[in-house]
Design a protein around this ligand. Sequence first.
Ligand code: ATP
Ligand code: MG
Length: 300
Amino acid sequence: MPRKDILDSIQKYVQPFRIMKGQGFRLKNYDPGDTCGLKLEKGEASELLQQGTEWLAQEQDMLYAQDRWSLLLVFQAMDAAGKDSTIKHVMSGVNPQGCQVFSFKQPSQEDLSHDFLWRYYKCLPERGRIGIFNRSYYEEVLVVRVHEEILKRQKMPEPLVSRRIWDERLADIDHFEEYLTRQGVIILKFFLQVSREEQKKRFMKRLDTPEKNWKFSASDVHERKFWDDYMHAYEEAIRATASKNAPWFVVPADNKWFTRLVVADAIVEAVEQLDLAYPKVDAEKKKEMATMRAALAREP
Ligand code: ATP
Ligand code: MG
């Protein structure tokens, strides 16, 4: 298929889920079961996914060679939405040398002794690299917002903790992302939106399948009680931080194959817009190369 046609089809699966302006955003307008009419059985989906991952691998090679832009991919989701497997599939063709994944869990004592962005800042991708945040600084306005006792552990000076703290943190994140964008970091943020029912099914499967037992955690089930609080926190976060430079993608996550397709296509589309090319060799370098070539050819 010609590149132009592939790009058109990519657009089709990215555009409906991209949020570049927070105003008026409502999570309930997005369906976790959406597949844009695609059906897995028809084979079209797996072909599209393969095209996306192959294209991404090519673009990453140029990103690395150019050594100017970097890409920060933020993944957020409720448990069992498929963050890990999406990352694994989408990045499957990519050269591991140009890519780093960081999974953020409970903060350490050292993390808690610093400002909230500190531990994430240290993990930002170098120029030419793709950095993947499996959970991110957004946890600071999600899990910490839902369970305010976590905030108490953050050693904040008391006068600075007011009811405005979440809006303040969201504004700080927004500015932080704007700063990074101005430095050449392309930021894409994915919220893999799984439905509560599908999450239940996946937890059940973890309980019923011996090979999946290790993934089961009682606290994940406990966390379901706070579902609405989480959705509220996600909605507020997306509203406050969706922008043209750092868009959110609310990716339907009830069908894993569709999640992968949308994520891969969103990354391809963003990188494609950079118009990457391999660095050009100047005249002097060309001369040097010609000399070297001649020398190599002369070798016995
Ligand atoms: P998986 O369950 O697929 O292995 P995960 O990302 O859910 O991946 P877990 O070890 O299960 O990893 O959970 C990590 C936990 O750490 C999550 O419950 C998350 O909310 C929590 N967490 C992440 N960042 C913070 C933070 N800044 N403060 C407090 N808790 C956090
Ligand atoms: Mg977990």
